[in-house]
Ligand binder design. Sequence first.
Ligand SMILES: *Cc1c(COP(=O)(O)O)cnc(C)c1O
Length: 669
Amino acid sequence: MAFSAEPTAAGTPSAALPHVATDADRGFLDALFLGPYGENDTLLEKLVVEFLRDHVYWRRNFHPEDPPAIPTNAAQQPGYQAFEARLRRELHQLSASLKRSVPFHSPRYIGHMASDLLLPGLAAQMLTLPYNPNNVSEDAAPVTIDLEVKVGLQLARMLGYPSDPAQPHCAFGHLTSGGTVANYQALRLALALKAFPVALRSAAVPDLELPADDWAAFNTGPDAATALLVQWQDWLAQQSPRERRRWREAVQVQRIEHLGMAGFFARHADLKVPKVLAPITAHYSWSKGLKLMGLGRAQLELLPERGMRLDADALEATLQCCERERQPVLMAVAVLGTTEYGTIDPVDAVVDARDRAQQRGLGFSVHVDGAWGGYLATLFRNPDGSLRALDEVRGGFARFPLPEVHAAFAALGRTDSVTVDPHKLGYLPYGAGAFICRDHRATALLAEAADYVFREGAAGPDVAANYLSRYRQLGQFVPEGSKSGAAAAAVYVTHQVLPLDHLNFGRLPAQTVLAAEALHEAAWRLARELDGVARVVVPFAPDSNLVCLAINPCGNTDLATANAFVRRIHDDLRCDPGQPLQLKQFFGSMTTLRPDAVGDVEMRRILGSIGIDPATLDPDGANDNDRLVILRHTLMNPYLVDHANGISYIDRYLAYLGRRIRGLLANRT
Ligand SMILES: *Cc1c(COP(=O)(O)O)cnc(C)c1O
């Protein structure tokens, strides 16, 4: 990526205000959240009281003939009153101490990936909590389990996956506690699919078209492996009950899930433990996942970046090397919105590389870690589900999306699975992550008990009905056991109120992109204003809604000195539980740029842009001189620009930063 050019529309501060297109947009944004000032308290209070009462009526109307179990005068008893007093005391204490929480709701908070909560989700979650549904199975959640399956379909549609359960190859998605567990599920499904054809071969199932050897079986690739699984299920269905049981058992004992890594690879000594290829910017959940799965951290191969994105040439070279060394690959990960920089990997190039490798006999899955950027896909989607062209998406933005970014989103439908976090850019309460796979038939391999039951017995001719009934035993397929039905209700209602297309939900991430562009532009004005005092640079143009700033006092050429300076600025921007919240002007976060992550060329360019001598960088150094410390800003808050009062918190933040930089430099001796 070229060094970002100076935006043209510089000038008056108001030029930085991201424009909200119409009055309708304005009203729309106003109703979405409780608001920085609690402006929508009446709306939320009305909803909470209304639906709490509704819940109580429901209890009473179950069997109104049953008398109240708690006596009507209970509240007058000393024990009751003492309990209530203790309860109140503790709640007051809790409420008081929670005032030290991080003010995610405030437009002065531009730190980590958190913001205000969408009212539809907050209200739906609070409404559902007293019913306490457990989405492990329909017995414990007759209502919310269907909502979770529908959430999976809503997200599938947003991503461009088949989302009609009447289609046999429809996608499937479910919620998890977060993106971390969704990434584990991706690993689990990819491994199950990879090893299954090997098990079929070992069991010597007759009549199936099985791969010639273990290498070919292990490299079948997700699509062909799913097709083989379906063939096997159809074949099983034709057997007598006794034969069916026998064959099922024969395959079961050959599966990696049965044998474990050690047993499986001992039995197939010609196969190596497969690798996971991920960009060096990948979230640490991937390292955790490989450890948890027993694949081993050594099997995680981190690929370099070029221009702040996964280097597709390096991926291709790694794949060719794997092929030569007969090193199997489990999956390639592309990140849609990196946690540190918000950059978008070339998903299109990754699926192209997968297709080419598949042709050469090296099969693997492609997973997109869109925990952060997944909901940006709404900007690329029409209400009818079709993809928007580059020029259509571009309308209204200064530079978003770059053609590379558009191509990455357009290719999502060709990937095998995706992680999306409703509790990040979905503005919903923790913990709500989601895992979505393109072809749901593969999940048969995850089922804990009675594998493949869904093709037999209960399955009728109605494909969509089979789909829904199958996933009503959600606990069979997901990593977790008991899980929150209230979270599923929150996500579902939000997606219903704000459908996942550019005209509805998409207007929210559009605001975040506009805010990022405004900060990018305002940074130039700050840079000019601090001319001769400090160098302020946006080190790489933002792909989405995270903007970083590199800062170096004028005259300094030493990396460690610049880092100490930025750390000092960040000290004032971070959460400090020992201080009253009100003393804090703004919240920001910090990250670092390392040559092994961004590449030497990029690193030199960035250091040079703020006047640091690249010779003071020591990749093996330990004195804070092995990396560049930069400020990082997540522009999620929808109220960063207050049109009614003519305030831009972005401008205010940068003015604050300017004062802070001058102040720190003035105090220096
Ligand atoms: C946040 C994040 C994760 C982890 O998600 P959690 O919800 O925190 O478990 C994984 N990958 C990326 C890219 C993320 O931004």
